[in-house]
Design a protein around this ligand. Structure first.
Ligand SMILES: [Zn+2]
Length: 478
């Protein structure tokens, strides 16, 4: 960690807190963030002075001095990181998750499933990011799976981001024999043990590292809320493709290399799309777009490099080719999930190879909150009166200049964009299906349009704004 950077960062945060009072935090007043980032410390003080006055400036310098003293008295340990991957492909036929219409067990494996862990360590603090090839932690499986890992590895709740890629061709998770096939219960029990193992290995492998961040773009994900008309000619939203709506197509990439010899240790990336290339008629196990992208990336990079991928804010985003019956190979056709996964994986690899040089490593911090958000009845009309609140697990973390936001639901793309745009960190990676499975979180305008996600959501129209505000508040406090 660079001392100069740390001091500069603290000044920026203090300046933001003085200007952006938490209760009035909004996208517009935190546009200040980008100005501060662009201008540097001296200009940050210039911005601060007319608004906060002499007292605030004096306070700022006092705090700055405190932080400088802290730097000399309690320098943080160098950032360490380690990664591990474990195969979690089912060995018995299982029920695949994601489509209620599926009525029998899986018929084989197209490509393997994995769980991947990346562990950061600094002093006594930890941050573990786990990506598993699965739909998500439905049937109340998030808490017991998390508890197993937390206990086995002695982690604090906020130190674990347990996330699923949302592939719709992986086993339904359940520990309750009343809620699933016995093979699925056995699979989930085995997964518990495997997750503890993969996290333990990642923690044990942690060595000093350099952290770099880069951005790519990929057109695989498209807005899926297509405008149509019902039999009376009234407008409605159907699941399809609506590429005319601009979406966040960023491919966010982190490269972790060993500080000692520059050897590539791990890659973390996030991209906004459902992994739903394969539809309800597919009975083959597959990681779908995200899983196939990770498999391509790891094969390409070699040397056992772990390339953990995550689904970003993708509640209303589907892959360009969606819900196909299977892996079409006729007349030399490349199966669309393989085509799209490879396309995405190649972009991650390109960013890794051209990534900007600066080491972004720095202080490590984590925070956790379970939000009580306005609820609504799932299904049917918009009913919010007398509805109990709906809970959403929210985890935030920072590793130097990189922030992570873990959301326990399916978040619309625009919500992720709002958080990224107003975040106090230059790199903010949104991870959904993380630590919970609260279902769809649409934006307020989507409730006027309707559609599948809005109907099935248990959140009221005000929930999204509260999530954005609380996330930003927590990011500022890191
Ligand atoms: Zn979904």
């Amino acid at each position: 960690m660079s001392s100069a950077w740390y001091v500069r960062r603290r000044v920026v945060i203090i300046a933001q807190k003085l200007v952006c009072a938490p209760d009035t935090l909004s996208d517009s007043n935190c546009a200040f963030r980008s100005a501060v980032h662009a201008a540097g410390v001296s200009n940050a003080l210039y911005f601060l002075r007319p608004r906060a006055g002499g007292r605030a400036t004096a306070l700022l310098f006092a705090l700055l001095l405190t932080f400088q003293l802290r730097l000399f008295s309690a320098q943080e340990e160098a950032l360490r990181a380690g990664a591990s991957r474990i195969d979690i492909t089912p060995t018995l036929p299982v029920m695949l998750d994601g489509y209620e219409s599926r009525n029998h067990l899986s018929e084989g494996v197209h490509d393997p499933l994995s769980a991947r862990a990346l562990a950061f360590k600094q002093d006594r603090r930890r941050l573990v990011l786990v990506s598993i090839d699965n739909l998500g932690f439905y049937n109340d499986t998030a808490a017991p799976l998390r508890r197993t890992i937390l206990d086995a590895c002695q982690l604090q709740p906020a130190e674990l981001f347990l996330a699923a890629t949302h592939t719709h061709s992986a086993p339904t998770l359940t520990l309750d024999p009343g809620k699933g096939h016995s093979n699925n219960v056995a699979y989930t029990r085995t997964l518990q043990t495997q997750l503890a193992q993969v996290v333990r290995e990642a923690l044990e492998r942690a060595v000093p590292v350099v952290l770099q961040a880069g951005l790519g773009a990929c057109p695989v994900g498209a807005n899926r809320r297509q405008f149509a008309k019902d039999e009376l000619g009234n407008p409605k939203i159907v699941l399809g493709r609506n590429p005319s709506i601009l979406t966040d197509r960023e491919v966010q990439v982190l490269k972790i290399t060993h500080a000692a010899d520059g050897q590539l240790a791990a890659v973390v990336w996030a991209y906004n799309t459902h992994s739903t290339s394969l539809g309800p008629h597919n009975y083959l196990v597959s990681g779908d777009v995200h899983g196939l992208a990770m498999q391509f990336l790891e094969n390409y990079l070699g040397n056992g490099t772990v390339g953990s991928g995550f689904a970003g804010a993708s509640g209303n985003i589907d892959p360009w080719y969606r819900v196909l019956p299977g892996f079409r190979t006729t007349n030399g056709w490349i199966p669309e999930p393989v085509l799209q996964g490879t396309f995405l994986g190649e972009e991650v690899a390109r960013v890794v190879e051209e990534i900007p040089k600066p080491d972004l490593a720095g202080p490590l911090g984590t925070a956790w909150k379970t939000l009580e958000l306005p609820g609504k009845l799932a299904g049917g009309n918009l009913v919010t009166n007398n509805c109990p609140p709906t809970l959403l697990n929210l985890a935030v973390a920072r590793v130097g200049q990189v922030a992570f936001v873990g959301l326990g639901g399916e978040v619309f793309n625009e919500i992720g964009q709002a958080i990224k745009a107003a975040s106090p960190f230059p790199n903010t990676i949104i991870i959904t299906h993380c630590n919970g499975a609260a279902g769809y979180l649409p934006t307020r305008p989507a409730y006027l349009e309707g559609g599948y996600e809005v109907r099935s959501s248990e959140f009221g129209p005000d929930a999204a704004d509260q999530v954005v505000k609380e996330t930003l508040r927590m990011l500022h406090a890191l």
